[in-house]
Design a protein around this ligand. Structure first.
Ligand SMILES: [Zn+2]
Length: 797
């Protein structure tokens, strides 16, 4: 429907943020008026995830855009209204109402989000208790049996610490003189740990099996014959999965992949990215005073953990009348003695206190008035301890963090096609690193016994980056669940008081250089540092996004990538951005688009296998066709600059509620039970992409193409359509010249449509050849070397 498209296009401008912030828009917040009415300073507001109903008028949409509302990835069109999910504060909600934008449902409150963090702490606590006690491993069964197909070894064992994912049980036995090993699969029912098991065909029945646990427990059992009269089911292939059992912060995630590498040194290594993050750290701050014109904002020179948090500030009135304003420091303590008038009343203004602090205490702090206020109100006596407000335990490093990838493959020398999976560009998307880690574990732990896994690891070079944004992610886990961006503050001093601390940072999926907001594309802000989609001060300004550039430059063998986000259940590819006129970045050629769809079909089927989740066709396709314009996103960088087939997942498909007959969203941090299911199904999907890469590596069959109608004599205008034996790009000329890779490519006929047809209204010679995704060329044609291209002449009377 045309109407719908137009709608989405203007609605989606809402993710472009004008250079205005809510506080400067709201009339009462305007700085000059603030002087006059002496407004109270703004506390840090709580946020909720709500569903907004946006009416059918340009004004409402423009307003949403102007306000810089933090939108999630989920946009839905229903009954003539646009439904969008957004993370908003109470004052933003009040503001939206004025423009006819209503809050339809409050989906998740900050309190509920905090419960997720509490849930996770409990899980870790339980894990600690379970793993600190001395572990024992008990055999439930060690059997062999022979059925019509083969002879099998079947083992069940239970660990006293088996309920935690850090318990990995490995079996060892001897077969024909050779030592064999296998990782056991954890078996659970309704969330309860039952045991670990495995079943494998053997060439010789071993006399005994030993189980060793990663926690140190060990046990050995004789292998006996299974005597049951019933024949067992046809043996299932031994395939181990389910390696995640709680949400993990980047510190845990990195430890996890490092341990994996230690365990599988021949198959995996850590790739440490060259650009360290700014670090999970902040300067210590305090905003002293209750009125805007009489408030002083103080920021430590040192990081909070490096002394800033020890700084205290006391503003006290001089004991005598007519005393001058002065500052004294003793260690980390700053004492400001406020000037007094002849009657002994304090008379120093905020501006005067700011100036004297900057003159006399500049070794410890920087001071400003509140949000550009002139600061002519009289400062009241007060005391404050500065704080960086960071609540993560000391075990989370405050130093610049290394972003790490785990590289998996038997041959990690660039000789094999590369596949890249990267997650958590957006900090609050807690499920996404689980998808990555689960996938890495499956590839390594199934290598020994699953031949399908082995062929992937032997023939591909797989890069997995579980957390692209470790600083923001730590902040999301410990300080502010809804954190989306990194932690680096690019705001001016006027927007750098601690009341804004949850709004700083750069959207790492808007900081890239293709179709960027700096080039005028829609879906990010270059001017509002507090916007949820702030693109940063310049393209690739952030170390986190430069790391992706580095990895792609360093490894030109990478041909496939998956950018893993949440939520909404989308599956998308380039183009990812358009201009305000809705002119998209160049569409892939018809052949490339067909390849995207073909690969998607396999990947989505793999996702469906886990619990039947179907990614809807309406949420599958090029980004602007199904979601919105996302200027400067990373997948567009990979596709347009690096020629990498680059997809985006939004894990967490809506769930169908049978009772209400409605789709329900899952959110960024669903209860772990749901998060776990999402991790399992999208790990299937990521492995599906790795399958696609494998097929690509094996494909040496050239495509074949044909046209209808054929050349020859035609009475009237001819419309020629192409078909190919597999997805392939067609290069063609119409002027009789030999086609080359610089020739015209057959394009799509329109958004979400098939390949275009070529129309001839006069006699024309059509020369063409086709090339598949693996660069196999039809009929071994080599431009400039031979003439094996196709040629047909259409004679129009
Ligand atoms: Zn995201």
């Amino acid at each position: 429907m045309l109407g719908r498209k137009k709608w989405i296009s203007s609605a989606l401008v809402l993710s472009t943020i004008a250079g205005l912030t809510l506080s400067t828009l709201e009339p009462g917040f305007h700085s000059e008026r603030a002087e006059a009415s002496a407004l109270k300073i703004q506390p840090l507001e709580s946020v909720s995830l709500v569903q907004l109903s946006v009416p059918n008028n340009q004004k409402a949409l423009d307003k949403l855009s102007e306000l810089g509302i933090d939108l999630t990835h989920r946009v839905h069109y229903e009954n003539g209204m646009l439904e969008v999910d957004a993370v908003v504060t109470p004052s933003e909600m009040a503001m939206l109402k004025l423009y006819g934008i209503t809050v339809k449902d409050t989906l998740i409150t900050e309190r509920q989000l905090n419960q997720r963090a509490a849930e996770r702490r409990t899980a870790i606590q339980q894990e600690k208790q379970l793993t600190s006690a001395e572990e024992t491993v008990t055999f439930l069964r060690a059997n062999h049996f022979t059925n019509q197909s083969d002879t099998f070894l079947y083992v069940e064992a239970k660990s006293t610490s088996g309920a935690t994912s850090s318990t990995i049980l490995t079996a060892k036995w001897t077969e024909n003189g050779a030592e064999k090993t296998a990782t056991l699969q954890k078996i659970e029912d309704a969330g309860e740990y039952l045991y670990h098991s495995f079943m494998l065909p053997v060439t010789e029945i071993p006399s005994e099996v030993t189980i060793e646990s990663s926690l140190g427990g060990t046990s050995t059992s004789k292998v006996t014959e299974w005597l049951g009269a019933d024949k067992p089911d046809k043996p299932k292939k031994h395939y181990v999965k389910n390696f995640v059992d709680h949400y993990m912060d980047p510190t845990e995630i990195n430890a996890r992949i490092e341990n994996l590498v230690k365990e599988y040194p021949e198959l995996a290594e850590i790739v440490e990215m060259p650009n360290k993050t700014n670090g999970y750290r902040r300067q210590a701050q305090a905003t002293i005073g209750t009125m805007q014109n009489a408030a002083v904002v103080v920021t430590s020179k040192a990081w909070g953990h490096e002394g800033g948090n020890a700084i205290s500030l006391e503003l006290k009135k001089a004991g005598a009348a007519d005393a001058p304003l002065s500052v004294g420091t003793s260690g980390s303590k700053i004492i400001v003695t406020l000037a007094t008038d002849p009657d002994g009343n304090a008379r120093s203004t905020a501006k005067e206190v700011v100036d004297v602090l900057n003159a006399e205490a500049s070794n410890l702090v920087t001071a400003t008035t509140y949000r550009n206020n002139a600061g002519n109100g009289i400062v009241e006596p007060a005391t404050a301890n500065l704080s960086d407000n960071l609540k993560a335990p000391a075990s989370v490093s405050r130093e610049p963090a290394a972003v790490k990838a785990i590289r998996i493959g038997k041959h990690r020398d660039g000789s094999k096609p590369g596949v890249l999976g990267y997650s958590q560009e957006h900090a609050r998307e807690w499920v996404t690193p689980l998808v990555s880690v689960e996938t890495a574990e499956r590839l390594l732990r199934n290598y020994a016994h699953d031949k399908d896994t082995r062929k992937l690891v032997d023939n591909l070079d797989i890069f997995i980056i579980p957390s692209m944004n470790p600083d923001g992610a730590h902040y999301s886990f410990y300080d502010f669940n809804s954190q989306r961006k990194n932690m680096t503050n690019h705001c001016s001093p006027a927007q750098s008081d601690n009341g804004y601390r949850n709004s700083w940072g750069v959207d790492l999926n808007r900081n890239h250089n293709v179709g960027s907001a700096f080039d005028g594309y829609v879906g990010a802000s270059t001017t509002n540092c507090l916007s949820g989609t702030y693109a940063g001060p310049s393209e690739h300004s952030e170390p986190e996004s430069r790391n992706l550039v580095w990895l792609a430059n360093q490894n030109p063998n990478i041909k496939f990538a998956m950018n893993i986000h949440s939520y909404g259940g989308y599956f998308m590819w380039s183009p990812g951005a358009y201009t305000p006129e809705r002119e998209t970045l160049p569409r892939p050629s018809a052949g490339e688009e067909a390849y995207y769809w073909q690969a998607s079909d396999h990947i989505l089927k793999e996702i469906k296998k886990h619990r039947g989740t179907v990614i809807l066709p309406s949420r599958t396709g090029p980004i602007p066709d199904v979601l919105y314009s996302a200027a400067g996103n990373s997948a567009d960088f990979l596709w347009y600059e690096k020629g990498i087939y680059a997809w985006n997942f939004e894990v967490g498909a809506d769930l169908w509620n049978k009772e209400t007959q409605r789709w329900e969203l899952v959110g960024f941090q669903p209860p772990f039970e749901e998060g776990h299911e999402e991790a399992m199904e999208f790990s299937n999907g990521l492995l599906g992409l790795i399958d696609v890469a494998y097929e690509y590596s094996r494909d040496n069959k050239a495509p074949k193409s044909s046209i209808t109608p054929n050349g020859g004599k035609h009475d009237d205008i001819v419309e020629v359509s192409f078909s190919t034996s597999e997805p392939a790009t067609i290069y063609y000329t119409l002027d009789g010249s030999r086609p080359t890779y610089e020739s015209q490519k057959l394009q799509l006929s329109g958004t979400r449509e098939g390949a275009e047809t070529l129309t001839f209204n006069k006699t024309t010679t059509l020369n063409w050849f086709s090339v598949d995704a693996s660069r196999n060329v039809e009929n071994k044609y080599e431009p400039g070397k031979n003439k094996k291209y196709n040629s047909k002449t259409f004679i129009i009377k």
